[in-house]
Write a protein that binds this ligand. Sequence first.
Ligand code: F6P
Length: 496
Amino acid sequence: ERDGRSTQTTDDVVVVSNRQPYRHEYDDEGGINVSRPTGGLTSALDAAMRERNGTWIAWGDGSADRDVVDDEGHVTVPPDEEEGTYTLNRVWLSDEQVENYYLGFSNRVLWPVCHSMLMNVHSEAAYWQNYEAVNDQFVDNVARHVGESTIVWFQDYHLSLAPRMLESRVPDGAFLAHFWHIPWPGWDMFRACPHGEEIIAGLLGNDLLGFHVPRYGENFMECVEQTLPDADVDRDAAEITFRGKTTTIKAFPLGVSVDTIRTGAKSEAAESFWSEFADEHHLDEKRVSVGVDRLDYTKGIPERFEALERLWEDSPEWRGALTHVQIGSKSRSEIEEYMDIQTEVEEEAARINERFGTDEWEPIVYTTAHLSDEALYGAYRHGDIALVSPLRDGMNLVAQEYVAAQGDDDDAVLLLSDQTGAHDYMGEWTVTVRPQNTDEFASAIDDALRMPASERRERMRELRNRVEDADVSRWMHSVFETIAEMQTAGTGGSDG
Ligand code: F6P
């Protein structure tokens, strides 16, 4: 194990998430294949952990070959050690646990509730039982790494019970923080959440609880007031005291790794991907809009297609002149609502293509092929406009990636849903869309395509400044700075 330390030795920083940053599998020749699951959370935190070392505890999904790692389930990552290493410690889950804790309570209860999509909530007793048991299993593992100066940093909605479970098991001085990567809805929505009270009480085991935007924190405080009458909520100080523990609520807007994306977008790999792709789909001489999404019902992809269809219907001059490139990645495919959205997106693209397409023009180029990061950045850079139209989204990193991929003089236009956290920070310089308002959305696309170059450039300059300000490394530093300030002021840290 790294530095010859035993698992009983404590770390400075322990990150705990459901999703792991690296998957290790054997190939046919017995070599080890390393792959990276897609998703904003893991790539953001990988950079943080490279700087801070420490331990990352996560579900060993897909790393079925347990013997790739040592007896304790540890592996030192990432593979390119010059950029810093940390220890990845896997939690192994049974099929039943995955079914009920991950696919069930996390993604059929908490995900739709927090995205205000109650029609997609489906709850079973076994979901909750497994959710509790898995949180407990994570806590057993985490507790082994925590000393009196350890910062434990939980991520996301899969682990809401863990902080309170851990709190009574750690020494004085240990600091518990949590970042909630999805929206937190108002009370009138959250009251539909089965076991909502336990979820909230679980999160109040933290010293610090972070959200993307201040309004999610305000919603959380409202939910605490409504569910836990014994809790003392100080709205002005954004502090909640419950059962002897004080939790500070704060917004930390998550960003992207701007330099990596900018460099990737200019790379040879990005250019060669795009020139081949453009050739194959006859994109030369056409305006291109791009959409990049996990295939999730929150992302508003059918609504986006409807707006495009309306545009081609009402403004025939865009037929043959605008192509929409939709890149979708499959996600949580075992869940019925996710299977449905995959089918719907595919069928709608085919129907619209059938309706308007010609030999020279495919209106919607839809792919679920796995693209390299560079290929993706190349697509962003060559997209004249991007359509980012979620029905609800905690932050939305695609909007920021699109901006980061543009060169200094580029004049791309971002259309952004007002239902994203990102819109709170950069909406002013985007073309705002309300995804369900089809006519308005269609004319917003038309406006964006006709916008004078000088205005496009000015907006993009402003957007670039905002995305640089929110760079992921700043996000991480601001979380750790807040923790350090709280520790100095004596407002954080467990009292055992
Ligand atoms: O938005 C929450 C989030 O955890 C993202 O950070 C991540 O990109 C996505 O969900 C991935 O979901 P999953 O881990 O279920 O594949």
